[in-house]
Design a protein around this ligand. Structure first.
Ligand code: GUN
Ligand code: ZN
Length: 436
């Protein structure tokens, strides 16, 4: 039996701060220990509490890791990212449809080569750990080899990752399309091999409505029905031209989401990226089905897609997680993504406070991925994936933090000024995995 003890400033969320009134936020949405102890047994959280209380219960000879000038929080959760797009991050000057054609598709072509995919997987997963992201929902490419390579690499690192092979049988270059039947067969083989192996899970991944035939979408629904517990991961209502295109391809459907709904793709394990330009009916269908939206502010600004309406998603009680959406997103960092999230909401005349932000980055992400109780906070029994945030990561942050009086102010300075430099270390199931 392996026991590990960490002592320092610790924060985690147990509820969504958006559900509380301003006064209640301090008491009920999170637990915060200025001098806390996180006790880990066999990679899972055994106990969290104040040092004053917990130290008494520990054996005198137990080794304690002390964390100073830092904050221990659960590992960040990225609910939408494309690993084959790592190399083309920050490609200039297009909106969604031209960006896909000119930059994305040519880069994804290379992932038919498994050795190439292994190299990029290794780099990509190291980027996640460097940025404090310990769980992600990840697009592969259309090639099953890309997902084989990704899962092999993630398994070696003992990471909790969800990924899937892109299904794409129309409106894309020949070199990047499958068929409805081959996408079903290949996805099924991958599910049987990888779903539930280690901490890996599979997501059925039709790219988006324009690149899947009705036949392929119905095969996606069949895969979900045949393999309970598997996820659905796709894009939804990101760009106005895309939405017009979907309308012209599916004149029988009431709205964009309806295309997916017709094929029974909405459930508690469905994650739709973007959802910027939704109508009321779509919000209600997402809410009623327990589906989640991935809020990708960096990508949404980079491709000029629009501003996500976080308040409307919250009013409809839709689960929301954060997505970097690399390579349309311009950073792997969830802290930088929060900075962009804050700014996008400011542009809409709305606020995004720091408690809500750190909730979205941790427990909110876990809920969006239907993983509450597994990751996302330090409740007893959760897998002990956590990070140490460094208040003193840069000279500027060191200066700024001296002026912060409250926890809320300290968190805000981390998300506005922080990036990978503010992630001092990343732990996977209690083991040090990355030190920056
Ligand atoms: N819609 C369809 N494919 C993609 C993609 O790769 N990135 C983004 N941002 N949107 C998409
Ligand atoms: Zn995307």
């Amino acid at each position: 039996m392996s026991m590990k003890v960490f002592r320092g400033e610790i924060l985690h969320f147990i509820e969504d701060p958006a559900l509380n009134s301003q006064e209640e936020i301090e008491q009920t949405s999170h637990q915060y220990f200025e001098d806390g102890i996180l006790l880990i047994e066999n990679g899972k959280v055994k106990q969290l509490g104040s040092a004053e209380l917990l130290l008494e219960q520990l054996d005198d000879d137990i080794e304690i890791t002390h964390i100073e000038n830092g904050l221990i929080v659960p590992g960040f959760i990225d609910t939408h990212i494309h690993y084959p797009q790592t190399e083309m991050i920050g490609s200039y000057g297009e909106q969604l449809l031209q960006w896909l054609e000119n930059y994305t598709f040519p880069v994804e072509k290379q992932f038919s080569d498994k050795n190439y995919a292994l190299k990029v997987s290794e780099f990509f997963l190291n980027q996640l750990l460097t940025n404090g992201t310990t769980t992600a929902l990840v697009f592969g490419s259309v090639h099953p080899e890309s997902v084989e390579a990704f899962f092999e690499t993630a398994l070696n690192k003992n990471l909790r990752m969800i990924a899937g092979k892109v299904m794409m049988d129309i409106n894309a270059p020949d070199y990047l399309t499958d068929t409805a039947q081959s996408s079903y067969d290949e996805s099924k083989t991958l599910i049987e091999k990888w779903h539930g192996k280690g901490r890996l899970q599979y997501a059925v991944t039709p790219r988006f409505a324009p690149t899947s035939s009705n036949e392929q979408l119905s095969f996606a629904g069949k895969l979900l029905k045949e393999h309970p517990g598997v996820y659905l991961h796709t894009h939804l209502s990101e760009n106005l031209k895309e939405i017009e295109w979907v309308k012209s391809l599916h004149p029988d459907c009431e709205n964009y989401l309806d295309v997916y709904n017709k094929h029974q793709l909405l459930s508690e394990r469905s994650v739709f990226a973007h959802g910027i330009h939704l109508c009321d009916k779509e919000y209600r269908a997402l809410s009623e089905s327990g589906s989640a939206l991935a809020f990708c502010p960096s990508s949404n600004m980079f491709l000029g897609s629009g501003l996500f309406k976080l308040d409307l998603a919250q009013q409809h009680q839709i689960k929301v997680g954060l997505g970097t959406d690399v390579g349309a997103g311009t950073s792997f960092s969830i802290l930088e993504t929060l900075k962009d999230a804050y700014k996008t909401q400011q542009l809409r005349g709305k606020k995004l406070d720091s408690f809500q932000s750190f909730y979205l980055a941790t427990l909110g992400g876990a809920r969006a991925l239907d993983l509450e109780g597994t990751v996302g906070n330090f409740k007893s029994g959760c897998e002990a994936d956590f990070i140490v945030l460094d208040y003193h990561a840069t000279d500027l942050m060191k200066m700024r933090i001296k002026q912060c009086r409250t926890l809320s102010e300290k968190l805000f300075s981390l998300m506005i000024l922080g990036d990978d430099r503010a992630i001092r270390s990343t732990y996977i199931q209690g083991e040090l995995a990355k030190i920056n």
